[in-house]
Ligand binder design. Structure first.
Ligand SMILES: Nc1nc(=O)c2c([nH]1)NC[C@@H]1CN(c3ccc(C(=O)N[C@@H](CCC(=O)O)C(=O)O)cc3)C=[N+]21
Length: 306
């Protein structure tokens, strides 16, 4: 192989930096105009992947000039108590964005919780009334991990029109939105899940393979078409040979990189872009709120002045 291993890696860092630099400019302007962006993260219980995400949210929000606050709740909180906390954030004009970290404990219906977030403050587009936007090709605010994965595929320069894409995993927040985003870009999309008869048979046909199931090393070299792009979305914590906790994806990277033309490292692939897109979405949500204020009070001011 003439290409070095390094050129096969689709790294998220540079893309994330680009996005964050532009968010930082927008945030500075909004703040100067009297609309400082502020994101509140809601965590219920303890999940390793959530801890990593929230830690990076805080660090990058600070870098971008976006206010950040984490609200942590014990795993035994009731759905009613959580909804009340969300209503409080909806009513607080200083809070411009709300993200509910998934998963939440099983006794809490996630859809009810997601529906409690005011759609204008929903920075992931996960309100049941908002998720439909991506079906209508309105793509400016999409679930962050899904948008980040598609952004990284675009870095390959592959033409998405007519591209054979296979998505392994059909979660509400990753697999399903990825499928819709890719369909909007003209790709031919197959979605595999836990009831799919042969994931390998589908995966081997893919020019681009997205994997988001949470199973370390699920995808092996013999499941990948030579020359394909492999986007690894898994964030799994495991104990490495040195006894230290480490993060690995869903792809057996060492073997797959010998077959694929592009592969995303974990960490350092989709993750950093996810954080950047969350911040970008926070600014999109803020401008929608400002447009509403303008439409409501801007006109009222004019009428009052007349
Ligand atoms: N409502 C909701 N939306 C999510 O998007 C969501 C969620 N819940 N729950 C948890 C998972 C996990 N997730 C991560 C995003 C970025 C990194 C990330 O920044 N990863 C760095 C890690 C580097 C480090 O170790 O610090 C990387 O991959 O390079 C990790 C994990 C989003 N998730």
């Amino acid at each position: 192989m003439s290409r070095s291993d390094d050129s096969r890696y689709l790294k998220g860092g540079p893309v994330a930096q680009r996005i964050i630099a532009s968010v930082r400019e927008d945030a500075a302007i909004a703040t100067a105009e009297g609309f400082p962006p502020k994101l509140v993260s809601i965590t219920v219980g303890d999940t390793a992947a959530v801890d990593v995400y929230v830690r990076n949210q805080r660090a990058k929000a600070e870098l971008a000039g976006i206010g950040f606050e984490e609200r942590r709740f014990a795993a035994d909180i009731t759905a009613g108590e959580l909804e009340a906390a969300i209503h409080g954030l909806n009513a607080d004009p200083r809070v411009t964005g709300i993200i509910i970290q998934r998963p939440v404990p099983v006794h809490i219906p996630i859809k009810t919780l997601q529906a409690a977030v005011h759609p204008l403050k929903d920075v992931e587009g996960m309100h049941p009334a908002s998720i439909g936007n991506i079906v209508y090709n309105q793509l400016d605010l999409a679930p962050c991990t899904a948008a980040a994965s598609v952004e990284l595929l675009k870095e390959t320069g592959l033409d998405l029109k007519g591209l054979e894409v296979v998505v392994v995993g059909h979660s509400e927040i990753v697999g399903k939105p990825i499928a819709f985003l890719l369909m909007s870009e003209g790709a031919t999309v197959t979605v595999c899940h836990h009831m799919t008869r042969s994931v390998a048979a589908h995966a081997r046909r893919a020019d681009a393979l997205f994997v988001a199931v949470g199973k370390p090393r699920l995808i092996k070299a013999d499941m990948v078409k030579p020359g394909a792009a492999v986007i690894d979305i898994g964030i799994n914590s495991e104990i490495g040979p040195d006894g230290e906790t480490r993060i690995v994806g869903d792809v057996d990277t060492d073997s797959v990189k010998e077959v694929a033309s592009w592969i995303t490292p974990v960490p350092g692939g989709v993750g950093p872009i996810t954080v950047a897109i969350l911040l970008r979405n926070t600014m999109v949500a803020l401008s929608r709120q400002r447009a509403l204020y303008q439409a409501t009070y801007g006109v009222a001011d004019k009428l009052a002045a007349e």
